[in-house]
Design a protein around this ligand. Structure first.
Ligand code: PMT
Length: 414
């Protein structure tokens, strides 16, 4: 099952003045969206409803517009006067988009970009964070395709409000049933309170592999997908930080959608080094998640190398150690976080890197742990400081990123 949102009690009114696009889809739980609207408005938010054609079978636009004091948007054009409804403008207007209830069909369309109604086009144009409250029966929710789609959406930085996990939810309530309106609203409040925690901070994050050219068609690389680094970038941006994401060659599926993330694409360790060295002096923190090649071919053949039948020897030279170089120029008040990917003697090796590279703390992940490390949607980490450590269970990378950024904000673990 996808990891759900943690419900926290928030003091203060985090929703005052916030602009929320509420997407409603064709589920029996659509009536609960009225309760969500009432609570959002009571807390000072402005709500614009976008409803799918199926959603209108479950609740009338008249009820919704009476509650929000705004016309409900469901079609690309207004039936009455032909006015164009701009999903792009909605994407820029909103502070958050909440899709509640979200059916399996809408979740599938969102995951695959099937833009056949106003709600999906609005979602695809959305510049603000997106929250999804699934609503369906348990079998549909547990089906691998639904779980895969939810994981895809989580990977895009969307927040899944997993059903039946809230503090107000009864233990008997099954997963699949939409989370209670008060818990959904609490998620938004929680998000906006966290968002403030890194407001004004600048964070450099490295992600993905590096490729070291052998000739025009071959390179030395590694299996890093960029998932862990992108999850960290999303988490910092969601908390209000400005993120510079320096990433090696990751797949086209790895996309940045958050407006606070500036993506800088590089290929080799040398290019990553140059980008990081010029950025770090103006950053508050750096999290070095990239799997950087330690060696590169001494020379790069100009033409494609031909097969000769003889043994081939490629001489390698060491690449710059980005982490150690940043550690050497780190100033008071700056934080530097590293990763250690190990296969053996994990803690000893990680402690050595912590010291050598002048990290404030290091995130250890071991290839011995199933579901940890390269390419997986999950990771299992231990955070090590000079005088302590904290082990975490296997979690989705989006949740692991929260633990790491919590530690960053505390400058270590307790
Ligand atoms: O991208 P994913 O598929 O999601 O996988 C995530 C990950 C496994 C790549 C990630 O969790 C991780 O462990 N990243 C660090 C991998 C690594 O190169 O570890 P290392 O132990 O070799 O390096 C130690 C630290 O020095 C790392 O912070 C690394 O970024 C940094 N380094 C290493 C070499 C170098 N030349 N320059 C560096 O900055």
């Amino acid at each position: 099952m996808v990891e759900g949102w943690l419900f926290l009690c928030i003091s203060g009114n985090m929703l005052q003045g916030k602009k929320i696009v509420l997407g409603i889809t064709g589920s029996i739980a659509a009536y609960k969206s009225c309760l969500i609207i009432r609570q959002l408005i009571k807390k000072g938010a402005e709500v614009q409803v976008v409803i799918t054609p199926a959603g209108k079978e479950f609740i009338t636009p008249i009820t919704l517009s009476a509650l929000t004091s705004k016309p409900v948007i469901s079609d690309f054009f207004s039936q009455r006067d032909g006015t164009w409804h701009s999903h792009v403008d909605l994407g820029l207007w909103a502070d958050a988009m909440l899709i509640a209830p979200a059916t399996a069909s809408t979740i599938g369309k969102m995951a695959h970009g099937v833009a056949d109604n106003m709600l999906i086009t609005t979602y695809l144009s959305m510049k603000a964070p997106v929250f999804i409250a699934p609503a369906m029966d348990l079998d549909m929710y547990a089906h691998p395709s639904t779980q895969q789609n939810l994981q895809t959406l989580q990977g895009y930085g969307n927040h899944i409000i997993e059903p039946g996990t809230g503090f107000l939810a009864s233990k008997l309530e099954g997963k699949g049933r939409m989370e209670e309106p008060e818990n959904i609203v609490a998620c938004l409040e929680n998000f906006f309170s966290q968002q403030k925690s890194m407001q004004g901070k600048k964070v450099l994050i490295t992600a993905g592999p590096t490729y070291e050219k052998i000739d025009p068609v071959r390179f030395i690389g590694n299996y890093s997908s960029g998932k862990m680094g992108f999850a960290l970038a999303n988490e910092c941006a969601n908390r209000g930080a400005e993120v510079e994401l320096v990433c090696g060659p990751v797949s086209a599926a790895m996309q940045v959608t958050h407006p606070h993330i500036l993506r800088i694409d590089v290929e080799s360790a040398k290019e990553m080094y140059d980008a990081c060295m010029s950025l770090y002096p103006s950053m508050d923190s750096a999290i070095l998640c990239a799997a950087v090649a330690d060696y590169a071919p001494e020379t790069v053949a100009e033409q494609k190398m031909k097969r000769t039948g003889e043994d081939l020897v490629i001489r390698l030279k060491p690449n710059p150690d980005i982490a150690a170089s940043l550690g050497a120029i780190k100033q008071d008040g700056q934080t530097l976080v590293g990763f250690a990917l190990e296969t053996n003697d994990e803690e000893t090796n990680a402690q050595a890197k912590l010291k050598k590279k002048n990290f404030d703390f290091i995130v250890l992940n071991s290839l011995k742990d199933e579901g940890a490390g390269f390419r997986t949607d999950t990771n299992k980490i231990t955070i090590l400081t000079a005088d302590g450590k904290k082990e975490y269970p296997l979690k989705m990378k989006a949740e692991v990123a929260k633990d790491i950024v919590d530690a960053l904000e505390r400058k270590g673990v307790r």
